[in-house]
Design a protein around this ligand. Sequence first.
Ligand SMILES: [Zn+2]
Ligand SMILES: [Zn+2]
Ligand SMILES: [Zn+2]
Length: 360
Amino acid sequence: MSDSEETVREIRINPIVPSESVLVATARGMRPRDAEERMERNAEAHVDRCPFCTGNEDKTPPTILAVPGEKDWQIRIVENLYPVLGDDRIDSGINFGLQQAIEGYGRHEVIIDHNNHGIAIHDMEVTHLQTLFQTYRARMKQLYESDERIRYVLVFKNFGAAAGASIKHTHSQIIAMPVVPENVYNEIMHSRNYYQKHHQCIFCAMIDEALTFEATIYDRNSGEIRRRIDVGQYVVERGEKFIAIKPFASRYEWEVHILPLNHQSDFINCPDEDMEDFANVLKRTMKRLDHVIGGAQYNFFLHSQPHGETCADCPPSYHWHLEICPRTSIPTGFELGSGLFVSTISPEDAAEQLRAVTLD
Ligand SMILES: [Zn+2]
Ligand SMILES: [Zn+2]
Ligand SMILES: [Zn+2]
C-alpha cells in the first residue's frame, strides 16, 4: 500500500483562510450520498431554439461586447435577462437597528463563451480560451472604470444543472458589485496578515511548498523520525507561467486552482503574452478532470484583487487565481451544519490520479 492509499481521517485547515477547514475521511463509512448523476453532454454545435446560438441574437438582451465583431462573433457579452444586481434604483430603505442594507447596485452580465452550443472548455482551442479570458479581463476593466462604487467584479461559470446553470449553451457570468464578497475578503485579510508577519505572499509560499515540501514525520509505533520530501505532490499541471494545484485542504474533492507562478495580484494586469500559457494550463487541467470524472458539473470563478480603498495595500500580499470546483457530491446536513466539508478522497490521491492521465 502506498502512502496515498492509506486511510486518511483528519481535519485540514485551509492555509489561506484558516476559518475554513475540511474533513478528509477516506474510509468508506464516511462516504456521503451518491455523487450527482453524471450529466449527459449535449455535444450539438447548434440548437435552433437556443437564445445563445448564432442567428438568435434578437432573443437576448442587447449585445454589450462581441468578439471579434457583431457579425462573426465567437464570444458575446449581453445583459442578464434576470439580473441579481442592476443599476436601476430599487431602494428598500432599510436602515434600522440591526437591519442594515446596502443598495443592490451593480451589473449582471452573461458571456456566451463560444458560438458552438455544446462545446466543452477542454475542447475549445487554446487561442479561443486565451481570447475568452482576455475578454473577461477587458470587461472587468471597463466595469471598474465605469463606476467608482464598484468594489468587486466576479467572473464565474456554472456548468451543469447541479452547478446552477439554467441554460445549456456554454456561458459564464460577470457580476459587478458594490461590496467585496466575503470569500475574497477573507482571503485578502489573511494574506495581508501573513504578509505583515512573513514579508511574503502566502500564495507564492503555497506554490513553493507545492513544488517542494519537506516534512519531518514521527512514527507513533516505531518512534522513528524520518524526513519526507515531496516534490510536486500537489501539482496537477505546470506551464511556463502558470501552475494548477490541488489544494491541501480542498472543499471539493476534485477542486483545482490555477495561479500565476510569478506574483500577480490583479488579473486585470495579466499581460497578453501570459494569457496563452494560462489558456493552455486551463485546457490541460480541464482535460485531466474530464478523463478522471468525465461529464462532471462544475463551477469556476476568478479571485482577483478588489478595487477601492479596502485593497490599497493588496498588491504585494494578494495573488489572483482561478478556482475550479467540480460538483461530484451534494453537501450533506453535516457539511451545511458544521461548515466542515467532507472529502472522501485525499487531495494527494486526487492529484496523483489527475497527473496520471496521459494527454496528447
Ligand atoms: Zn446554443
Ligand atoms: Zn504571490
Ligand atoms: Zn480564492
